[in-house]
Design a binder for this molecule. Sequence first.
Ligand SMILES: NC(=O)c1ccc[n+]([C@@H]2O[C@H](COP(=O)([O-])OP(=O)(O)OC[C@H]3O[C@@H](n4cnc5c(N)ncnc54)[C@H](O)[C@@H]3O)[C@@H](O)[C@H]2O)c1
Length: 273
Amino acid sequence: MNPAELFDLSGQVAIITGAARGLGRALAVGMAAAGAKVALADILNLSQTLAQIEGVGGEAIAVPTDVRDRSQVARLVAEARGKFGTVDILVNNAGINLIRPTLETSEEEWDLVLEVNLKGVFLCCQAAGRVMLGQGHGAIVNIGSINSEYVFPNSAAYNISKAGVLQLTKTLAYEWGPHGIRVNAVCPGFMETPMLAEIQRGKEELAESRRSRIPLRRFAAPEDVVGAVIFLASPAAAYVTGHALYVDGGWTLGWPGVERVDLDGDLKRALGL
Ligand SMILES: NC(=O)c1ccc[n+]([C@@H]2O[C@H](COP(=O)([O-])OP(=O)(O)OC[C@H]3O[C@@H](n4cnc5c(N)ncnc54)[C@H](O)[C@@H]3O)[C@@H](O)[C@H]2O)c1
């Protein structure tokens, strides 16, 4: 096969969740530029992503979707099929973060993080997987994180949701492999998106200490992660399944690198001391 064709997504239909901004938007534009017809899902307005896809000559539809809601996810898959005929690729990218000491994490916060980051992936895999299993082929790429395997303090709900994404990836790769479906994960390190801006706001020292520990000495741009997702979705990865591909500038090489957070202070505050 011609090497360029290995990464060609022409004629393929991809669903991308969380496509309104950040990594999801970069993925949507990148996959459309690689030839895929894309169905975009988000709870935020998708018009900027649609405009950028038009700019690269791509084809897309926007389907407002909350990934926590099974009926909305079913409609997303139905609309992608209705418009483009099938679903070949699913990228589960929608996610939220929560930095909160465990003792201060409310039940509602815990549920919200797990529902978006883990149940949402499950629901989308189930709905798109049903189509893929029927046709005997498909590729799913779940967005994990360095938190999928490495522990960040004050992040229990997020850590566990992302660890769960990795186990779900491997479980489905095992279950659905015999039916021609590949399921992989991409685990980004720190990436300059609205999510990272929000969690590092006012914490310049922490951001700098993180940056200084990354062997490549910079945070990722969302575009740095696009190639890894296209690879796993493409014919180039035809024999790759159940894999977690870290795209982290080498950050995991240096772990355990202790996060400089005031754990004693957090605990004392939570205990009212
Ligand atoms: N930014 C980082 O440093 C980083 C690092 C590792 C992994 N990640 C992961 O990458 C993915 C993308 O994150 P990002 O940094 O682009 O974040 P972001 O907050 O910039 O974008 C996330 C998108 O998901 C959407 N979303 C949230 N809840 C949703 C819901 N219920 N239904 C549908 N869409 C929903 C948001 O509206 C938003 O458009 C997430 O899964 C995140 O956990 C991010």
